[in-house]
Design a protein around this ligand. Structure first.
Ligand SMILES: [Zn+2]
Length: 289
């Protein structure tokens, strides 16, 4: 992907050096200290030992004084350029296609763990979008995982991941996320999952729509880029993930769609660039997804 030297979004919040402030346990306070001193018969060594075990633990965070490596800096710049590209494209096409103004989301970069508007999250959950604070959360270490664990290296694979999360933001602005969640109570788990799959495939479609327009405007694609995105879409399909995790596939618990479905809808968005085409995802019968 051609991204160097291009505009970077101002909406990146880089928290990779900030401690996540996750308190597990906590201090015992002066009263607790005195009480412990009494209970241990005045053995200060035992008290300090106990206190050491009670220190607030921070979950997987960088040391605050640790400088970011040039590679980590480059990842921020890259993510900021991709985010800027999504801003340009969606600000233009969302009002024209759906009659809704685009509000730019925030992209929070974190390392290990983060406090989001949707609660505390660890990197293991992967990149996610929180509708409450309209922010995309991304541990840039996920890009390594994409390359090493999922066999999907390359910068455009990473751009696809960001564009997919921004797709969830577009759904949120259009009220689609709320519509799906509102049905949770009255649907069986299987039916609700089927609906969630549509939401996920739609985000893939929207990532494709973005790529189509970003290419037109900024000529971002280099040879192999589309293959990188398709590899990522395939690698993180639910059937692949579940096979890796448990050795078999349970279609009822799919929430992202199969690898083939994810590739299909990304490609469709990419080829048509038609934002309004996203409605198909909630109109087609299951066997045509
Ligand atoms: Zn998603």
């Amino acid at each position: 992907m051609r991204w160097q030297g291009r505009r970077q979004s101002e909406h990146v919040d880089d928290r990779r050096r900030a401690p996540a402030m996750v308190r597990v346990g906590g201090g015992i306070g002066i009263l607790g200290f005195i009480l412990l001193l009494i209970l241990t018969g005045g053995d200060i060594g035992k008290v300090l030992n106990f206190m050491a075990q009670q220190q607030p633990a921070q979950v997987g965070v960088e040391q605050p004084d640790q400088e970011l490596t040039p590679e980590q800096e480059a990842r921020k710049e890259f993510s900021a350029v991709v985010l800027a590209d999504t801003e340009e494209v969606w600000t233009d096409i969302l009002p024209r296609s759906e009659g809704v103004d685009y509000r730019e989301p925030k992209l929070v970069l974190f390392h290990g763990a983060v406090q989001s508007g949707c609660g505390f999250a660890q990197a293991q959950v992967g990149p996610f979008y929180c509708p409450v604070d309209q922010s995309v959360y991304l541990d840039t270490g996920f890009f390594d995982e994409l390359a090493d664990r999922f066999g999907a290296p390359g910068d455009f694979a990473q751009a696809y991941v960001i564009a997919h999360e921004v797709g969830h933001h577009v759904q949120n602005l259009l009220g689609l996320t709320d519509q799906v969640h509102a049905q949770k109570a009255r649907l069986s788990e299987g039916d609700y999952n089927a609906l969630s799959v549509r939401l996920e495939l739609q985000a893939d479609y929207l990532a494709g729509v973005w790529a189509h327009h970003a290419q037109k405007r900024f000529n971002i694609l280099e040879p192999g880029d589309i293959e990188e995105a398709l590899t990522a879409a395939q690698a993180i399909g639910d059937d692949r993930l579940q096979k890796q995790a448990q050795g078999y596939v349970v279609p009822d618990s799919f929430t992202h769609g199969t690898s083939a479905q994810r590739m299909k809808w990304f490609r469709k968005g990419l080829e048509t660039g038609d934002a309004a085409g996203m409605n198909q995802l909630f109109e087609l019968p299951d066997n045509q997804l």
